[in-house]
Design a protein around this ligand. Structure first.
Ligand SMILES: Cc1cc2nc3c(=O)[nH]c(=O)nc-3n(C[C@H](O)[C@H](O)[C@H](O)COP(=O)(O)OP(=O)(O)OC[C@H]3O[C@@H](n4cnc5c(N)ncnc54)[C@H](O)[C@@H]3O)c2cc1C
Length: 329
C-alpha cells in the first residue's frame, strides 16, 4: 500500500475542495471496496476524502418519491419503513448483497461506484484492460463464469457487481452529483458505461464529482415488486443473474405496466427495455413472459464458462414475473 493522507469532510463543498485538481484523490465511503482495492494495489490514491459525514438521511418526498443521502448506509436503506412498503424490490436487493457487517459500513454512494469483482481486475499479475488499458483481457479465455453476456466488448467482459443498482435501474432512479463544475442530476441508467474499448472509464462522472444523493420517483406499482438473485451460495456471493421486477396486471389479465432490470449480466445494471416493451398490453401468461425474456436476451453472447447464464436469465425473468402475477391475483 502506498502512502496517502486522510481527510474528513463535513459537507459536499468541503469534500470537493479537498479533492479539487487531484486525480489521485478518492472519496471514501464505508471503504468496504476501496480499501480492499488499495490493499491489492489496484487503487493507489494519495488522498482519501472521507464522505461518511455528509448527509445520509432517507426522506420521503412530497410527490411520494424518496430522497436518499449518499452517506446512508445500505443497512439503513434496507430497513427504512418507506422503502420496505413502497419499494420492496430495493430493500430485497440490498439484503441479497454482502453480509450484515458489510452492509452496516457500506454507503449508497459507494455501492453505486463499487468496482467489478472480476478476479483478473484484482490480480495485478493478470492482463486487464480495465486496470491497465491496453494490457489485454485474461478473463476472455480464463475463468469467466461470472462475466457478461450482454453489452460486453473484446476489451472487457466484466460485470457490475451491485445488487442495489439493479433495483435502482428498474425504478428510474436519478443520481444527484456535485463537483468542481457545479451540481447536476443524471439518470442512474446513464451513470455507468458499457466497456467498449475504454473499460477503464466506468462512469459518466467528471473529475472530482461526488454523488450527494439518489432520488427515487413515485412508482405505485413498485409496492408489488421483488428482487431475485441466483448465485452459487445462498449468501455472501455475487449474482450469476439477478432480476428486479414490478408488475401490474389489469382485471382482464393484461400487463398494464412492468419494470424489469437484470444484474450479473453486463458491465452496468441492465434495464430490460426490450422485455418491458414486449410485455406491455400483452396477456400476463407464461408464454408472454418467456417471449419477453427471449426478446431481451436475443443479443446475448456467452463465453466458455458463462453461456448457461443466457437460459438462466430467461428462466429467472419468467419465474419472477410468474410470482408477481400470483401476488396480484
Ligand atoms: C466480501 C464482500 C461481499 C460482497 N458482496 C456483495 C454482494 O453480494 N452484492 C453487492 O451489491 N455488493 C457486495 N459487496 C460490495 C459492497 O456492497 C460494496 O463494497 C459497498 O457497497 C461499497 O460501499 P462503500 O461505502 O464501502 O464504498 P467504498 O469502498 O468507500 O467506495 C467504493 C467506491 O466509491 C467511491 N465513492 C464512495 N462514496 C462516494 C461518493 N459519495 N461519491 C463519489 N464516489 C464515492 C470511492 O471512491 C470508491 O471508488 C461485497 C463486498 C465484500 C467485501
Amino acid at each position: 500500500m502506498n502512502l496517502f493522507t486522510y481527510e474528513r469532510a463535513s459537507d459536499a463543498s468541503g469534500a470537493i475542495d479537498l479533492a479539487r485538481g487531484n486525480a489521485a484523490a478518492r472519496y471514501l465511503g464505508g471503504g468496504t471496496n476501496l480499501v480492499d482495492l488499495m490493499r491489492e494495489t489496484v487503487e493507489r490514491p494519495d488522498m482519501l476524502v472521507d464522505v461518511t459525514g455528509l448527509p445520509g438521511g432517507i426522506e420521503p418526498r412530497a410527490d411520494g418519491g424518496l430522497l436518499i443521502g449518499a452517506a446512508a448506509t445500505n443497512t439503513a436503506l434496507a430497513a427504512d419503513p418507506h422503502v420496505r412498503t413502497h419499494y420492496p424490490l430495493l430493500a430485497r436487493s440490498i439484503l441479497a448483497g454482502a453480509s450484515a457487517q458489510i452492509r452496516n459500513m457500506a454507503t449508497v454512494g459507494g455501492n453505486i461506484l463499487q468496482r467489478t469483482r472480476c478476479r483478473y481486475f484484482y490480480d495485478t499479475a493478470a492482463a486487464c484492460n480495465k486496470r491497465q488499458p491496453g494490457s489485454g483481457c485474461d478473463a476472455r479465455d480464463g475463468f469467466n463464469r461470472y462475466h457478461a453476456i450482454l453489452g460486453a466488448s473484446p476489451s472487457c467482459v466484466a460485470t457490475h457487481p451491485s445488487d442495489m443498482c439493479v433495483a435502482l435501474a428498474a425504478l428510474d432512479a436519478m443520481v444527484q452529483l456535485d463537483g468542481p463544475g457545479g451540481a447536476r442530476r443524471l439518470p442512474l441508467l446513464d451513470l455507468h458505461r458499457l466497456p467498449g474499448d475504454r473499460p477503464d472509464v466506468e462512469t459518466e462522472l467528471k473529475p472530482g464529482e461526488l454523488i450527494t444523493a439518489v432520488e427515487i420517483p413515485p412508482l405505485p406499482i413498485a409496492r408489488r415488486s421483488t428482487y431475485r438473485k441466483v448465485r452459487d451460495r445462498a449468501s455472501y456471493a455475487f449474482a450469476l443473474v439477478s432480476v428486479a421486477a414490478a408488475l401490474d396486471v389489469d382485471d382482464g389479465g393484461m400487463v398494464r405496466e412492468v419494470r424489469l432490470a437484470l444484474g450479473g449480466v453486463a458491465h452496468k445494471p441492465w434495464r430490460a427495455s426490450a422485455a418491458e416493451a414486449a410485455l406491455k398490453g400483452r396477456p400476463a401468461t407464461a408464454e408472454s413472459f418467456r417471449a419477453a425474456a427471449e426478446a431481451e436476451l436475443a443479443a446475448a453472447a456467452g463465453l466458455r464458462d458463462n453461456a448457461f447464464k443466457i437460459e438462466l436469465a430467461k428462466r429467472t425473468i419468467v419465474a419472477v414475473l410468474t410470482d408477481l402475477k400470483g401476488e396480484d391475483a
